[in-house]
Design a protein around this ligand. Structure first.
Ligand code: ATP
Length: 198
């Protein structure tokens, strides 16, 4: 999977719609202090399904919506879209897809893939299967290198699983276990009904 383009509107300091092309290879973001470099990385993590406002340096998820300045009013929503290109390594057919996440004040987040409403889980799985996601070690923010060095063995294992592209399997296993438990409960109920009939 390759990231091709990032579009932001109302996300943190990016109040006006902004569009960035992401070229092949390593991408670095440079600029003066406070210009929004970390906000860009956070926008990528957010559209991939980041669920923790704290890891986006906020108290609540709505803190990512442009909060206004002395001269500009606050916005009511934020939207980020990431255009991805599926490559031959991906499970799904090759081609482009646009993943969008939008948050409105008081209404929470909604996700779309190519304009179709989807669940957060669908978005997370899409990225997990391509060995990436909101917590991918490939997204190196400030202070992250120290965190990797200081990580506990279980945290390192999670990073390796993410890099190996098997973290999506964990989510599917949890799903399958839940379905299995529900089916077992149904079977038990069926047994009870049959016994009552006899
Ligand atoms: P540094 O190099 O100092 O780490 P940076 O380029 O990474 O800075 P960011 O931390 O991405 O900069 O951006 C900080 C700016 O984003 C601050 O000016 C802050 O006021 C602004 N900002 C953050 N959240 C919001 C918000 N919800 N609404 C408006 N502006 C915001």
């Amino acid at each position: 999977m390759r990231f091709r383009r990032l579009k932001l509107s109302g996300f943190k300091s990016f109040v006006e719609p902004a569009e960035l092309r992401i070229e092949p290879g390593l991408t670095g973001v440079v600029g003066p202090n406070g210009c929004g470099k970390s906000n860009l990385l956070e926008a990528i993590r957010w559209v991939m399904g980041e669920g923790s406002p704290k890891s986006l340096r906020g108290g609540g998820m709505e803190d990512i919506i442009f909060a206004g300045t002395a001269t500009r009013p606050a916005r009511d929503f934020a939207e980020v879209s990431l255009l991805i290109e599926r490559t031959a390594d991906d499970e799904e057919a090759e081609g482009e897809s646009e993943v969008t996440r939008r948050i409105e004040r008081g209404a929470g987040s909604a996700y779309r893939i190519d304009g179709r409403d989807v669940r957060q889980k669908d978005v997370s799985l899409l990225f997990a299967d391509a060995a990436t996601g909101a917590h991918s070690p490939a997204l190196v923010s400030q202070g992250r290198i120290g965190a990797v060095i200081a990580a506990k063995p279980v945290e390192r294992r999670m990073m390796l699983e993410e890099a190996a592209g098997i973290s999506g399997l964990h989510a599917r296993r949890k799903d399958a276990e839940q379905k299995l438990r529900a089916t077992e409960a149904n079977l038990q109920r069926l047994d009870e009904l049959l016994t009552e009939q006899e």
